[in-house]
Design a binder for this molecule. Sequence first.
Ligand code: NAP
Length: 349
Amino acid sequence: MQPKIEVGILGATGMVGQQFAKFLQGHPWFEITWLGASDRSAGKFYREATGWRLDGAMPANVAGLRVQECKPDDAPRLMFSSMDASVVTDIEQAFARAGHVVVSNSRNHRMEPDVPLLIPEVNPDHLKIIPLQQRKRGWKGQIATNPNCSTIVLALALAPLKQFGIRRVIATTMQAISGAGYPGVASMDINGNVIPYIGNEEEKMESETQKILGDFAGDSIIPLAAKVSAQCNRVPVVDGHMVAISVELERKPELPEMIAAMSTFSSAPQERKLPSAPPNPIIYLPENDRPQPRRDVERERGMAVFVGRLRKCPVLDFKFMALGHNTIRGAAGAAVLNAELMYSEGLLD
Ligand code: NAP
């Protein structure tokens, strides 16, 4: 049996950092040996520094690790990153410069032209931009990113429809409170309420979706030409972002062809049997009251996107609902799957 690859987590004490600690428990390839956070936490044991907010107990393999300052020094080569966005740019770049492979959740580097914005089922070929990133920046290491937590639901649900020619998309989100980190939105604001604003979220959904569904063209990524319009809302749900999607297509398939395209969609992670890849990345639910966050979001370890209520749209061509787990498929699980894809491509050697 091969020894496991040591990994570290930047921002280990936060909501996404905790999901990393939980999601990586018993991982067949990766083992957490290093945890980093702010200087408020550095020097403490993880169990002291972290208010554990997830179901179940804190994993024993991390509880007794001492939290480090987020400096490259003795950290492992593979680093998952989920720090507060205000500190991400400098810290992630310092790690990449020092030779680390940074697999990031944060928005800071996502839209840079030489940084892949990856969904392994959708655009695994965008990893080919990494050598350009290393040449251009003189880095021994590298940075790869995963999308914003609502974008990933939208882009994964749209990926099987690319074959029909996507022209225009309208997406309206209902996003969970855990998407705002901890303590997130005040209970007085969110209980029994809907907040029709999440800072910069709509712009991120629109531009990230175009980049993800775009094509790698040798030395650049050409964004998908489709227009994307997003409206983002915070709702009193704990985990799971729902997206109501309307789409206009160049070719007009019948409903069964659309459902078949979504249900049979599979790609490199499934072919390579990557450990965190769901057998079916998109699961179509035929019941007319699904998907629902409470009933569906934890299925498939939180790694699938659930789609339902597909029907004709009198304005664009089709409309449907999509649901994904924002801190797993939209954050920690997405980054782990990215790292698995990078490993399978030899990028961690
Ligand atoms: P969070 O709960 O607020 O956690 C923030 C983390 O950053 C904590 O570990 C914190 O450490 C650390 N940190 C703060 N200042 C730091 C500093 N100066 N140096 C090093 N570490 C520092 O936030 P979150 O929800 O986990 O989100 C983390 C990142 O992931 C954000 O960039 C967010 O946009 C992105 N993201 C979140 C989601 C989601 O659904 N929540 C989804 C996708 C992406 P201390 O505990 O020591 O303060």
